[in-house]
Structures are given as structure tokens and as C-alpha cells.
Design a protein around this ligand. Sequence first.
Ligand code: NAD
Length: 290
Amino acid sequence: MSTAKTTAKTTATIIDGKQLSATVRETLVARIKAAGRPVRLDAVLVGSDRSAAIYAENQAKTCTAVGIDYRLHRLPDGAGYDDIAGRILLLNTEDDARAIMLHLPLPAGVDVERIQSLIAPEKDVEGVNPANIGNVVYGRRSLVPCTALASIEMIESTGVELRGSRCVIVGASNIVGKPIAVLLMRAEATVISTNKFTRGIADLTRSADVLVAAAGVPGLIKGDMVKPGAVVIDVGINRITGPDGKSMTVGDVAFDEVREVAGYLSPVPGGVGPMTVAMLLRNTVDAALR
Ligand code: NAD
């Protein structure tokens, strides 16, 4: 274990989310083979949202590649709370359905959190049921929200000593920023959680050995907001219009500036995104083989 890099260097080491996720997937293939039992993921998709459908198609391919049987339950555009709740409750009762996830968005007017709270906690592979979020706080064995898990895995891959280190999280949503903060607290780091109302945020981020950006604001974290040698994890996924007029995906970190200062930096795309997918697969295997 090392502390955050402090030696002079030109550019940050890139934390390769694709590579790390490939390693996780290899481990899962081996676990599924060794278990000799089928592993299945039941995903509920409501309506005809194009992005959600593409996401589901990709998910089906990724699952098949590691040996997970992917079952997509499609509900029509007009489906309401009772229809969606009914499908989730039915899956809860099926012994063979051990891993359940819900694609977003849901139709307007359907309360997402109310639906998520219906997924049986032991089958909730996205970790979105409040019971699982509570388990994160208590440190109980449970299914942890995938993006939070992905961020922690990426931090740990650098070898940074978390105990006693100062971690600053920019963004405090229930499903991303808060669980990341709690997982870092569990690792006995000193954690500062910030949000859009935080005053003097640059002074806080500059003090961080580990900085996690999860605000959904493109380029929010500039080079002069980062401590030299820090580990910087970029969770943001933002679609913007690039200099060539084409749409592109960027994170919350001004990549070119920050890579001159940080010790380790996760890119977007190719960072937390692929690792989040890998953590969903790992949660699925954990739930199925429990
Ligand atoms: P959210 O909108 O629910 O929460 C944003 C949080 O950031 C809030 O706490 C808000 O107060 C804070 N914030 C906003 N502007 C800020 C500012 N200028 N300074 C400091 N804090 C600020 O968003 P979310 O669902 O937590 O997602 C955050 C980002 O992470 C988004 O870009 C989202 O697309 C991305 N995301 C990525 C993955 C992944 O797999 N990589 C998964 C989920 C979300």
C-alpha cells in the first residue's frame, strides 16, 4: 500500500476501467463455471425509450459473454405503477429469479423510488432498495449500489492507503455520492461530502488525497482544484457538443488539465462506466450463488 503520489511527475497514471472490468468479468466466468449452477438476471424495461432499449441490448450481450442468462421483461408504454409493481412482486416470488434490475426511465408519474423499494433486497443487484443502502451504512453484507462499488474498486486499484487519508466527494445523491462517502468512511478514511451549496469547494478539493467527482457538471473539476499526486475518480457522464459540433461524452473532470496534476485519474469514457457494468454482473453472480 502507498499513500497518494507526491513525487514530481508529468502526467497522471490512467486508471483503465475497461481493463479492470475485463479482469472482473474473467473472475465471474470462472465462478459461474465452478458453481455449475445457472446464473440469471431478470431485467424489467418499461416503454419504448430508445436509450434504455440500447442499454438493455448491450446488457444482454455482456451477460451472455460471461455466462449469465439474461431475461428481459418488457412492459408497454402505457404501463402504470400497478403493472410494474406486479411484475416486480411476481419476480420476487420466483425461486429461479435471484437477480432483478429495473431499467430507467419509468413512465412519467410513476414513483421510481417506490418501485425500487419493492425489489426484494437479496435480489436487488443494483442496490437501489433503501434496505440495501441502509446495509451499506451498517457495514452488513449486502448488495451495494454498482457505481459506488465501481468507484471504490478503482480507488483501491491504485494501492492508495485509504485509512487516515482525506477523501472529498463532489456530489451527494442517494445512489452515487452518499454511498461512496459511506464506503470510504467504512475504510476509515476522513470523508468530506460536498454538494452544489458547498462554499469554498476548491479549498476542499485541493486538500483531498482522493477526489471523487460525481456532480453531473461537465469540466467542474479544474487542474487548480486538485492536490498534486491525488487519486481522482471521475464518475460524471455528460453529453456535450464537442468543438467539431458533434455530440460527445465527457466527465466532471477537466481531463487534460487534471492529468497534469493528479497521480491517478480515471477517464470518461472508459473509466467508472465499464466498471459499473462489471459490478452489476458481480452483484448478479453474488445474488445467484448465495
Ligand atoms: P444527481 O443530479 O442526482 O446529484 C448530483 C449531486 O451533485 C447533488 O448532490 C448536487 O448537489 C451535486 N452538485 C451539482 N452541481 C454541483 C456543483 N457545481 N458543485 C458541487 N456539487 C454539485 O446526479 P447523480 O445521479 O448522482 O449522477 C452524478 C453524475 O454521475 C452524472 O453525471 C451521472 O450521469 C453520473 N453517473 C455515472 C454513473 C456511471 O456508471 N459512471 C452512474 C450513475 C451516475
